[in-house]
Design a protein around this ligand. Structure first.
Ligand code: NIG
Ligand code: FE
Length: 394
């Protein structure tokens, strides 16, 4: 096999996320170049030094910025239908409740495999165009053995980062017997789902699953070789974050309502706090306090939570802008959280950075610096994307 090499040069500001390669925690290199060999980054450095390397193709960034492809570590893309009416009602004053998930469960069960697959493809492509090169997605709108397993099978056709979320809410079929539903999720449903997933997740919240039920779900998943992550402390204070830390979950997601003990626990753990500002935006809820987590020393990731109910956005740049404007993050911290932070939340070291050996996932911005992602909110700044060294359509 012959090696294909590409030089990307005249980059005004390159974010590497490797402090050994450049300035500050983002490892910024100014007037930079990157050499890609097949699907990997081969070399990173000043553009003037890149001239010594002969490559098959040259792409001139023309004084624009390059960042690592975004790592969206939390989405729910296997669904059918939408919840426009619910959103409209909410924006007219009604509160967000976990029960809205049932509407999407009914639509998802009624959809064909082809319809579900086309939906995943559509939102994945939408995300890719906005710079997302790694995306996790979940089941959770099937809630039967058959529908959860097929959701995961379909998700796995599109991404390696697949999460079993049979414990999204208690299935409406088990409304009178939640304990029997937990038995199903940790028994027959887990058996059918585990072969298609890397992760297990549970929505630990009033109206969904309590701490004991969440522990039972994650422990059963771990015993089957799945790695835990959790929807925790989204709508109210609760045991989710402490449970995440206790079980060494890769990530506790949402983290909107945290006690000081929760913040301390995260800061002293290997569990990433994944913040999902699209959800607070779309439910008009209180923002998570990223500043408090960062100041305590916790690792923070940003993700979209893309789903038809609480956060129907696939845009990582939008989440970055919200996190900077409303959650106390600096533009540098938000960029890191949306790339290296997401990689940490997926326990990946091959993505989320632009350094020799990493997968060649790059987003070229139509801007001189990554700061513009927050400075110019809502503007489609991602002008070219490479995933595993291949230029993908924008
Ligand atoms: O992450 N919190 C639970 N699950 C989703 C909401 C799903 C829905 O409303 O359909 C979330 O926000
Ligand atoms: Fe979610």
């Amino acid at each position: 096999m012959t090696t294909v090499t590409t030089l990307l040069t005249n980059i005004s500001t390159l974010v590497t996320n490797d402090p050994a390669l450049g300035e500050g925690p983002l490892g910024l290199v100014h007037n930079a170049a990157v050499i890609v060999e097949d699907d990997r980054i081969a070399w990173v450095g000043p553009a003037k030094k890149a001239r010594a390397h002969a490559t098959d193709t040259v792409h001139d960034a023309d004084g624009r910025a390059v960042v690592p492809g975004f790592v969206d570590s939390h989405s729910h893309l296997v669904f059918a239908g939408d919840r426009t009416a619910e959103f409209n009602a909410r924006m007219s004053g009604q509160p967000y409740k976990a029960g809205g998930i049932r509407t999407t469960v009914a639509a998802t069960r009624a959809a064909t495999d082809a319809e579900l697959s086309a939906n995943v493809d559509r939102y994945l492509t939408e995300a890719l165009r906005q710079g997302t090169t790694t995306l996790e997605t979940k089941s959770g709108y099937g809630l039967t053995v058959h529908d959860e397993a097929r959701a995961l099978r379909i998700a796995a056709e599109h991404t390696d980062e697949v999460t079993y979320l049979g414990a999204h809410i208690v299935s409406p079929d088990y409304a009178d017997d939640p304990a029997a539903y937990v038995d199903l999720v940790t028994g027959e449903m887990l058996d059918a789902c585990a072969p298609h997933a890397r992760w297990i997740d549970v929505f630990c919240e009033k109206g969904a699953f309590d701490g004991d039920q969440a522990r039972a779900v994650l422990t059963a998943g771990k015993a089957r070789g799945l790695l835990p992550r959790i929807h925790a402390n989204q709508l109210s204070y609760g045991p989710g974050v402490q449970l995440a830390v206790e079980l060494d979950a890769a990530s506790a997601d949402h983290c909107t309502h945290l006690t000081d003990a929760d913040v301390d626990a995260l800061a002293n753990s290997g569990t990433v706090a994944t913040l999902l500002p699209g959800a607070e935006f779309s439910t008009r809820a209180e923002w998570p306090d990223a500043r408090r987590l960062l100041d305590a020393g916790a690792t923070v990731a940003l993700s979209t939570d893309c789903n038809p109910g609480s956060s129907f956005t696939s845009s990582m740049p939008f989440c970055i802008a919200l996190a900077v404007r409303d959650m106390g993050m600096t533009p540098d911290e938000a960029l890191w959280a949306a790339t290296a932070g997401g990689a940490a939340a997926l326990r990946r070291t091959d993505v989320g950075r632009v350094a020799p050996g990493a997968r060649a996932d790059l987003a070229l911005l139509d801007a001189p610096s990554h700061v513009h992602l927050a400075y110019r909110p809502g503007v489609p700044l991602v002008s070219a994307v490479w995933r595993a060294g291949v230029r993908v359509g924008t």
